[in-house]
Design a protein around this ligand. Structure first.
Ligand SMILES: [Zn+2]
Length: 168
């Protein structure tokens, strides 16, 4: 069952409208391909705004937790999504050559697919190579890296104790 939420983004911003909802992660096809598991949902809120110059904006807030795949151990990695972005609506497709200036611009679309926008924003935010912290990663434990660190910490502690006992 395909959910769709379509808004006229131009009217939405002109009238300072807002909307919120949530979307099942499993219904976001491009995103789910990158995940360890497509369980869960993302919450989103869109608010339209316009300034004195007639520029139109969409504020976009997205929250949730995604199960990414750790690139080191291939295990599940809970990744909290907390996005708060403001997108300017522009007449034409944002010019890629001016990417930096218009990084936060989208085409002013009378038929904006809200869930596709939410998915785009989340995809842009995902880390290229998500990984557990070394001390929380299965792969690292197998390779013994944290052990080395722990041993060092213990030997440093032992050295301290030795010093202390010498003082006494
Ligand atoms: Zn890992």
């Amino acid at each position: 069952m395909l959910e769709q939420v379509i808004i006229n983004s131009i009217e939405f911003a002109r009238n300072s409208e807002s909307l919120h909802g949530d979307v099942q992660v499993k219904s976001l096809d491009r995103l789910r391909d990158l995940l360890f598991s497509d369980d869960g949902a993302l919450e989103y809120a869109l608010t339209g705004r316009h300034n004195e110059d007639g520029k139109l904006f969409l504020a976009c807030i997205i929250k949730g937790v995604l199960q990414l795949r750790c690139q080191r151990c291939l295990g599940a990695l809970a990744y909290p999504v907390r996005l708060d972005s403001e997108l300017e609506l522009v007449e034409n497709d944002p010019d890629l050559s001016a990417e930096n200036d218009l990084a936060d611009a989208i085409k002013a679309d009378p038929n904006l697919d809200v869930l596709a926008l939410v998915e785009d924003e989340v995809l842009l935010d995902l880390p290229m190579a998500p990984m557990h912290a070394p001390d929380a990663c299965q792969a690292c434990e197998n390779f013994g890296q944290p052990k080395t660190v722990k041993q060092n910490a213990f030997s440093a502690l032992a050295a301290l104790k030795t010093q202390d006992s010498k003082k006494i």
